[in-house]
Design a protein around this ligand. Structure first.
Ligand code: AFP
Length: 281
């Protein structure tokens, strides 16, 4: 089945991507569609994933942070679309901090609505390499080591929120969002590392909230719906948490473009409810 094959390909590619990072920490001369400087590692990871995923029977479309437009790569009946952020948090590579790979599998062509996600996964290149997969109503974490994939068990968001991390410069936050954060910080502990995958994984491990808000200078925030926000929302919601763009679940979004941005929040339901209430005031 193509969804299983897509996840196998990503799991097999991850150790190679990790092993290729040390020699690709320099900036390429190019920018991606969102105007961000690309690293050699971004382009290389994208090429590697494209070569392998486009080859999978049943993958009809490939979209990536590093490519302007989705590509048609197959014509299978009931084929899926794969949207990837090949190296999420790649600016962490230079400073030797964690980064990741994000994958969303949709049963519609890109840009696809969140409701058409059939699976999502992320790889975290931290002290160890793990892959977290949401599929068929369950989230499972795997250790990727020595060519082996070891099942580390099911993932469920802990009941009590503990950590929080929000992106964007504080003076650029809106007044309503800043007031919400002042409440959050009374109870929770700040943990922000600048790579969504690593920050979201802390939320999955300890409970809490991660977000990148709409800013005064950029109301839609920074993160891109198709290959960042919606796949992560699918994973966190499947693990028992909630997601929001400030007013509704990220899985209710229907982006017009592959690189469309959205304010992004994921975490414990109570903290997301408080956020929506604070932003609606
Ligand atoms: P890079 O891939 O350019 O490092 O961006 C990472 C990211 O898209 C996401 O992983 C982080 O949550 C967010 O940007 C961090 O952005 P700030 O640098 O503005 O905190």
């Amino acid at each position: 089945m193509s969804v299983s094959r897509v996840l196998d390909v990503v799991a097999d590619a991850a150790p190679e991507i990790r092993a290729g990072l040390p020699e690709r920490r320099t900036k390429a001369e190019t920018e991606n569609e969102s105007g961000e400087a690309q690293l050699e590692a971004d382009l290389w990871a994208d090429d590697l994933l494209y070569d392998r995923l486009a080859d999978v029977d049943g993958v009809n479309w490939y979209g990536s942070e590093e490519r302007a437009d989705p590509l048609t790569v197959g014509d299978a009946e009931d084929g899926v679309a794969v949207a990837v952020d090949p190296l999420d948090g790649s600016s962490n590579v230079k400073s030797n901090n964690p980064c990741g790979t994000v994958v969303g599998v949709y049963d519609e062509p890109l840009p696809a609505p969140g409701s058409s996600l059939v699976a999502a996964a992320f790889v975290l290149y931290g002290p160890i390499t793990t892959m977290t997969v949401a599929r068929d109503g369950d989230v499972t974490e795997y250790l990727l080591e020595g060519g082996e994939r070891t099942d580390l068990g099911g993932v469920e968001l802990p009941e009590n929120p503990v950590v929080y991390g929000f992106g964007g410069r504080v003076p650029d936050w809106t007044e309503a969002f800043e007031a919400y954060v002042r409440d959050v910080e009374q109870e929770l502990k700040l943990r922000y590392g600048g790579a969504m995958i690593a920050d979201v994984n802390q939320v999955l491990e300890y409970g809490g909230v991660f977000g990148y808000p709409g800013l005064q200078s950029q109301a839609e925030g920074k993160l891109r719906a198709c290959f960042e926000s919606m796949p992560i929302a699918y994973i966190v919601e499947t693990a028992g948490g909630a997601s929001s763009d400030g007013t509704r679940s990220l899985l209710d979004l229907d982006p017009d473009g592959l690189h469309e941005r959205t304010p992004t929040f994921v975490g414990n339901e109570s903290v997301i409810e408080d956020l929506e209430a604070a932003l609606s005031d």
